[in-house]
Design a protein around this ligand. Structure first.
Ligand SMILES: NC(=O)c1ccc[n+]([C@@H]2O[C@H](COP(=O)([O-])OP(=O)(O)OC[C@H]3O[C@@H](n4cnc5c(N)ncnc54)[C@H](OP(=O)(O)O)[C@@H]3O)[C@@H](O)[C@H]2O)c1
Length: 356
């Protein structure tokens, strides 16, 4: 047994004092589950939320943890890792406070993703970017991660020039309330009633809504610009052309996307399949003859990015088309964060003597 804290497990990682802001949310709860699944030792665990969840309890490794309301006083010191998984506003308010008190902060919101001083990290792709951190690391949007993971194994030898992507995003990507919203809307719709829950921009049951997040300039949505800008930052490819259409669909878990990609040199689909299959964290499920391809149901509850339907883009000689799915709350959020913690530990980036 390694570690001395109440949640120590068999692992060579130090049992850090961890605080999760948003610990009652869908990502926060999955984070706790994955800490367990991966045997991550935990020295002390605090779960913070708003007044709404304060006082409710969560069981973790045999202990009962009471969720506390977040305030600036919550970050008085003593945290080695703070995972912010609440909202952009909460991150903007609390991340600098936690960092200034010595915590290694990982942020799940979009607040700092495009800040040049903040690494934006998918460990399998650009773990090296963590070396330049100054206390805060961002993790990408839940649609950016699977797209980058699927294309990176080709891009690293043959740089990407252009991506066109259309997403089919599950409601879990919009948080716990949105999951409940789809459930209640579906029940009502099956009884012949239209009762929008207000958790999406339109009724989502038996519908498809081409708006995820607010509209920004150029008639795109924030989600679409996030996919473009974050991909360029992670791949260090400032000139990469990306056109995204992000659509919310009535699935509970598992974001899917159809991707069309062009690289500097033509790509043969068989070579693409081979390269993608070598990528850690990606599993190719692609056998048209046997009607084998991944669906959101296959991705739900799993960590892998599943890739199938790899074929030539019939509209662009040398380009490829493919289909990718992943669980937005796991590799799209909580799993990626735990991998960042594991990588930070290996690199000695956490703790008072860590480089800043
Ligand atoms: N869901 C995904 O697939 C996904 C993927 C990638 C990134 N993210 C990001 O992860 C974050 C959390 O998302 P989620 O899906 O877990 O949402 P969620 O299920 O709605 O949970 C949000 C959690 O944050 C807490 N919270 C909200 N505002 C807060 C504030 N001002 N101060 C302290 N706590 C606050 C909530 O507290 P109460 O419980 O008291 O309401 C709740 O516990 C968001 O930034 C989201 O953009 C989500």
């Amino acid at each position: 047994m390694v570690g001395t804290g109440p949640y120590a497990t068999i692992s060579c990682m130090k049992p850090y004092a961890i605080t999760v802001v948003g610990g009652a949310g869908i990502v926060g709860r999955e984070f706790l589950k994955i800490l367990d699944e991966r045997d991550v030792p935990v020295g002390r665990l605090r779960l913070l939320a708003t007044q709404r969840s304060a006082g409710s309890t969560v069981e973790f490794r045999g202990s009962t943890i009471t969720i506390e309301e977040t305030s600036p006083d919550s970050f008085a010191g003593g945290d080695e890792i703070v995972f912010l998984s609440a909202s952009g506003d909460a991150s903007r308010q609390y991340a600098p406070l936690a960092r200034d008190r010595g915590a290694f902060v990982i942020d799940d919101s979009s607040a700092f993703r495009m800040d040049p001083a903040v690494p934006l990290v998918i460990p399998e792709v650009n773990a090296g970017a963590m070396a330049s951190h100054s206390g805060i690391i961002s993790q990408p949007n839940c649609t950016t991660t699977p797209m980058v993971m699927a294309l990176y194994p080709i891009h690293r030898d043959n740089p990407l020039r252009r991506i066109v992507v259309s997403t089919y995003q599950a409601v879990a990507g919009a948080g716990a309330a949105a999951v409940e919203g789809l459930r209640t809307e579906t029940t009502a719709a099956l009884a012949g009633r239209h009762e929008p829950s207000g958790t999406q921009r339109r009724e989502i049951a038996f519908n498809a809504v081409p708006q995820v997040d607010d509209f920004v300039e150029g008639a795109s949505t924030k989600e679409e610009t996030k996919m473009a800008n974050e991909t360029r930052k992670i791949l260090d490819a400032p000139d990469l052309a990306v056109s995204a259409t992000c659509v919310r669909v009535p699935t509970f878990f598992g974001h899917a996307m159809a991707i069309w990609a062009e690289f500097e040199r033509p790509v043969d689909p068989a070579e693409a399949r081979e390269a993608i299959a070598t990528m850690p964290g990606v599993r190719v499920v692609d056998e048209p003859g046997g009607e084998r391809y991944p669906t959101p149901v296959d991705a739900a509850g799993n960590d892998d990015v599943l890739v199938g339907r790899i074929r030539a883009d019939s509209s662009r000689p040398g380009g490829i088309a493919l289909w990718a799915v992943t669980d937005s709350i796991r590799k799209g959020a909580a799993t990626n964060v735990i991998q960042i913690i594991e990588e930070a530990d290996r690199r000695g980036l956490v703790g008072p003597s860590a480089p800043r």
